[in-house]
Write a protein that binds this ligand. Structure first.
Ligand code: ACM
Length: 260
């Protein structure tokens, strides 16, 4: 199957323009699964909770309907990040396909000032069994907790769709280890550009990438341009967890020895 990472340069508060920008990139390349950045439609650098509240949307919003129509037309799936208005406001990602909304993930490990605006995710780490393969989701800073990718691997994910708004430089390198230690694919879709709001300036590092279970970087985008890249991936490779005759990355775990 073919997976695409869509690297946008969202403009804060310009949802329509941001959705249109993502769609125009997606129109240029055929794929089975498109991964878009975290909070791709709203932008990231909120000033306060009131502002997030005014821009958050329920899972079945206009963005969802637009993406859903698009997946119907192109027979594909899309994972995108958005501010979810539910019982509380979550930093979420939706998985949308021709059949409508397939699932939601709510970011478990909130980064920095996100802790002021969002409720921590409460849906665990879901894996969705799609006709194209088993797709799990985590969002941005979840990468720094190996437990995120490990939970998804233990639940059978072959590919992790990873919407991001990266500001630290480490993830593009560290995610390679997440792939190796779990023997799965990752597709990190980051954004580029800067948001200077309320005295806080954030610069996003781009460097979206698709990485294979053997740690090979299949594609890596630049630090400045809004663009898209694809990779053909054989997800069955992610089912091969055996490293050699004696070592299996998941079965070799020793949870009985992991204690404080
Ligand atoms: C991040 O989690 N957006 C850095």
């Amino acid at each position: 199957m073919r997976v695409a990472v869509v690297q946008t340069s969202s403009i804060f508060g310009e949802a329509k323009k941001n959705v249109d920008q993502a769609l125009s990139l997606m129109e240029t390349v055929a794929a089975d699964l498109y991964v878009l950045p975290e909070l791709f439609n709203t932008g990231y650098n909120f000033i306060d909770e009131k502002e997030v509240r005014s821009m958050a949307e329920p899972a079945d919003s206009l963005t969802f309907r637009t993406m859903s129509e698009w997946t119907k037309k192109h027979s594909c799936y899309v994972v995108y990040g958005f501010a979810e208005q539910a019982d509380r406001i979550y930093n979420s990602a939706a998985l949308v396909g021709p059949e409508g909304i397939i699932g939601i993930y709510r970011k478990v490990h909130l980064f920095d000032r996100e802790n002021l605006f969002f409720a921590p995710g409460n849906l665990g780490f879901p894996v969705f069994n799609l006709p194209i393969g088993k797709v799990g989701i985590m969002i941005c800073f979840d990468w720094i907790y190996p437990e995120s990718a490990r939970s998804l691997a233990l639940k059978g994910a072959q590919l992790i769709a990873h919407p991001a708004n990266l500001v630290l430089p480490n993830c593009p390198y560290a995610i390679v280890t997440r792939c190796l230690e779990n023997r799965l694919f990752t597709a990190t879709a980051d954004r580029v550009g800067e948001e200077n709001r309320g005295g806080v300036n954030l610069k996003f590092i781009g460097t979206s990438e698709i990485v294979a279970p053997n740690g090979k970087i299949l594609c890596r985008l630049g630090v400045q341009e809004s663009t898209i890249s694809v990779a053909d991936v054989d997800l069955a490779l992610a089912d091969k967890k055996q490293i050699n005759e004696y070592n299996h990355v998941l079965k070799g775990r020793r949870p009985d020895q992991y204690y404080l």
